[in-house]
Ligand binder design. Structure first.
Ligand code: C2O
Ligand code: CU
Length: 477
């Protein structure tokens, strides 16, 4: 109706949007009935950070890992001004939010990079509640420690709890002798020459009795990390939540890692899973939860008396991050204590069903798009349909359509596939998510309603896969 008006808008010190159909984007935003504006400021800059006994020079938001928690209510407008004090361009992507496309923060796709010394103000309505997060969509910056939680509260929440604890899981590389960029260069070049020290990189395979191998397949990850963190702390000096015995705590768990799936469990407790990727599910009780990169789960735990480890086991990498639930009696468990729950009932997608009110409207797909996940370790040529990082080759969708994405994994590696700007439903169960793990050899189908015009990334949330090209774009006709 409006065509592409090629308009560029000014924001901050001369940063311009990449041309998009801003009229249609404005129209879609108006439907979201904006509420109260909540203002935040963030600065991305080099920082020295204490990970708990280990000091590292890295990049961080406001000098801390993770970055500050941003918290708003459903329907409110988030207004966040980012100052870039890094020596390279950046941006912020708001993972999980079905927001206006020109605020999606994918540099080179929805906006130009915010140059060093510049500021940029993001402003958008958050239509869905849930546990979400923010991070740059620019090179390997995420894996340097630039990430934080974005919690959108639901005023009509059905679940009740006494305490809330946001847990960000991360695999940590930066400032420990190598950077994510150097690591990526090794992955891209090293494999070709066959002489790369495999001591540097985890080639998957036989970790000591690791039960994960059966879940994710042979290769759990490409990068070997010296530390695994929960809330920016190593297991030597863990984050701790003090609470009364018998409290019901709502864990909001976010996998912010670059290349690690985590299996999360609480020693001596079962988890009642209530949400995935921000959307409510029928509560289901399990011992542990597997989170691919980008995925979130909320779970309720009724805490007994004592000090209990919350562990994030790095699948196939044989190490754990941990945090402690502490009711004020008893002593801390040993740093290497491995709760039996890690080997108990592990949540599978098949255990999930959508909570009432979260389903897509019934309907058959108007359009199905096939995405073969392709590539491998040797050539480090991860891609989609055999192509790598093709920003030009947009897959068209039309406003109002029901679209099905069919991910067929032709590789021997697992991939957490993420869609921007929408929340899809797993075709098998109707569970709403925005990131879905696709195991080797497996096909996963997801459906969404095309109701948010713009240009949207579909990609693997393994940062190293995404950056070499396991990404593509959906473009509204
Ligand atoms: Cu967490 Cu494309 O993003
Ligand atoms: Cu991948």
């Amino acid at each position: 109706a409006c065509g592409n008006d090629q308009k560029t808008a000014q924001n901050g010190g001369g940063t311009t949007f990449i041309s998009m159909d801003s009229h249609r984007i404005d129209e879609a935003e108006a439907v979201r009935e904006p509420g109260t504006v909540r203002e935040f400021e963030l600065t991305a800059a080099p920082a020295t950070v204490d990970l708990g006994g280990t000091e590292v020079d890295t990049w961080a938001y406001d000098g801390r890992v993770h970055g500050p928690e941003l918290r708003i209510k459903k329907g409110e407008r988030l207004k966040a001004t980012l100052s870039n004090d890094l020596d390279e361009g950046t941006g912020i992507h708001w993972h999980g939010i079905a927001l206006r496309c020109d605020m999606d923060g994918v540099t080179g796709v929805t906006q130009k990079e915010i140059a060093p010394g510049e500021t940029f103000t993001y402003e958008f309505t958050a239509p869905h509640p849930g546990t979400h997060w923010y991070h740059p969509h620019t090179g390997y910056q995420l894996d340097r420690g630039l990430y934080g939680p974005l919690i959108v509260e639901d005023p009509d929440e059905e679940v009740t709890w006494d305490e809330e604890w946001v847990l960000l899981l991360d695999d940590w590389l930066d400032g420990t002798g190598t950077t994510p960029d150097e690591t990526a260069a090794k992955l891209r070049d090293g494999m070709d020459h066959g002489d790369m020290g495999h001591g540097d990189m985890d080639m998957g395979g036989s970790e000591e009795g690791d039960p994960s191998q059966s879940v994710l397949g042979e290769d759990a990850g490409d990068v070997e990390y010296p530390h695994f963190l929960i809330n920016g702390r190593t297991s030597a000096d863990p984050d701790r939540l003090e609470l009364r015995p018998g409290s019901r705590v709502r864990l909001r768990v976010i996998n912010a890692g670059g290349d690690t799936a985590f299996r999360l469990a609480v020693g001596g407790h079962r988890l009642t899973v209530t949400h995935t990727d921000g959307f409510a599910v029928e509560p289901v009780e399990v011992d542990s939860i597997l989170l691919g990169m980008g995925e979130r789960y909320d779970a309720i735990v009724e805490v007994g008396e004592g000090v209990f480890p919350v562990v994030a086991h790095a699948e196939g990498k044989g190490a754990m991050g941990r945090a402690l639930l502490d009711t004020g009696s008893g002593s801390d468990p040993a740093a290497d204590e491995r709760p039996a729950e890690l080997d108990g009932k592990l949540l599978a997608y098949a255990d999930l069903s959508p909570a009432e009110g979260t389903e897509l409207e019934p309907g058959e797909p108007d359009r199905t798009i096939d995405f073969a996940l392709t590539g491998g370790m040797m050539d480090y040529d991860w891609g989609i349909n055999g192509r790598q990082g093709d920003h030009e080759g947009m897959y068209p969708v039309e406003e109002g359509e029901r679209v099905r994405l069919r991910f067929r994994n032709e590789t021997i590696m697992w991939h957490p596939m993420h869609l921007h700007g929408h929340t899809f439903a797993l075709a098998d169960s109707g569970v709403r998510k925005d990131t879905a793990v696709v195991l080797p050899g497996e096909t996963v189908e997801v459906d969404f309603t095309a109701d948010n015009p713009g240009r949207w990334m579909v990609h693997c949330h393994n940062l190293y896969h995404n950056e070499v090209g396991m990404m593509t774009l959906l473009g509204y006709l």
